[in-house]
Write a protein that binds this ligand. Structure first.
Ligand SMILES: *[C@@H]1O[C@H](CO)[C@@H](O)[C@H](O)[C@H]1NC(C)=O
Ligand SMILES: *[C@@H]1O[C@H](CO)[C@@H](O)[C@H](O)[C@H]1NC(C)=O
Length: 258
């Protein structure tokens, strides 16, 4: 029951924040920033399975394969899972909408902010012919802005990393990060005692702890935006006592994007 109240608060808080941000147009959070984007050199249309965020194969295909490496926007891993609208600016080839991508990797190339998957890069074009031309350029001028991530019908999901070693060492990544905030801290809580332990960001989107508590575990995530508004997300579902390396666990919560 307490958890349902938490969830309800989260929805309300998210709604209030988005309302108040309407009055903040002067800070120009919706403005596009000029930059450049390249595409991965490989022939695969999706992203890389060895992206620095630590998402593995998931990081290559999430968001329909519309993924990207970021340079400065990687922010030591805090930028992993953040979504951006990226549109190229050459009116002969580029659409107005561009493409919405999610960051799954770190990298830069020739003064770029993004190295897009070929699928995402081509998606910025008006049509297939234009996409072929854009790909041939290799690097294009773009503009970008942060946008909320949206995964309809997906809850935030905990993927236990293959390198975990039950019960001594627990590492996991968070799938389907939603909304426009960053995950800036993660707590692992015992569900009986409510004793919580703050985890370390090992690298990218990977959170780890040695000697994790025993028993069912609750993974709480702190979502933060650039204005310092913080919200703890409390999952509905726990990670079971006998968690397994490689398994995924549905948190049962979505971040409602108002
Ligand atoms: C690329 O990603 C798409 C969308 O997720 C998926 O349907 C497709 O199977 C992927 N292709 C490869 C080669 O992994
Ligand atoms: C998300 O979690 C809710 C419980 O909070 C559950 O009813 C729903 O089926 C879950 N959605 C998916 C797609 O797993």
């Amino acid at each position: 029951m307490t958890r349902l109240v938490f969830l309800f608060n989260l929805v309300v808080i998210t709604f209030l924040l988005s309302e108040s941000s309407l009055g903040n147009a002067a800070t120009c959070t919706d403005c596009f920033v000029p930059s450049r984007a390249a595409h991965y050199p490989n022939s695969d249309d999706n992203g890389t399975e060895t992206g620095r965020c630590g998402y593995g194969t998931f990081g290559a295909t999430i968001n329909g394969g519309h993924v990207s490496a970021a340079s400065d926007l990687y922010r030591d891993g805090v930028g992993c899972g953040a979504c951006y609208q990226v549109r190229c600016t050459n009116g002969n080839y580029c659409s107005d909408k561009g493409v919405n991508i999610v960051i799954t990797d770190h990298g830069s190339s020739d003064r770029t902010d993004f190295i897009l998957s070929r699928r995402a890069y081509g998606q910025m074009a008006q049509n297939a012919d234009a996409a072929a031309s854009l790909l041939a350029f290799g690097v294009v001028d773009i503009e970008y802005r942060r946008v909320p991530c949206s995964y309809p019908n997906k809850n935030i999901t905990i993927k236990i990393d293959e390198n975990s070693n039950y019960p001594h060492y627990l590492a996991f990544v968070i799938w389907y990060q939603q909304g426009i905030k960053d995950i800036t801290a993660v707590q692992l809580c015992e569900t009986q005692s409510y004793v919580c332990k703050l985890l370390d960001r090992s690298y990218g989107a990977v959170w780890t702890t040695t000697s994790p508590p025993s028993g069912p575990l609750s993974v709480r995530m702190l979502l933060s935006d650039e204005n310092g508004d913080d919200t703890w997300v409390v999952p509905v579902n726990d990670i079971p006592q006998n968690w397994k390396a490689g398994d995924t666990y549905d948190s049962g919560v979505q971040v409602i994007i108002a």
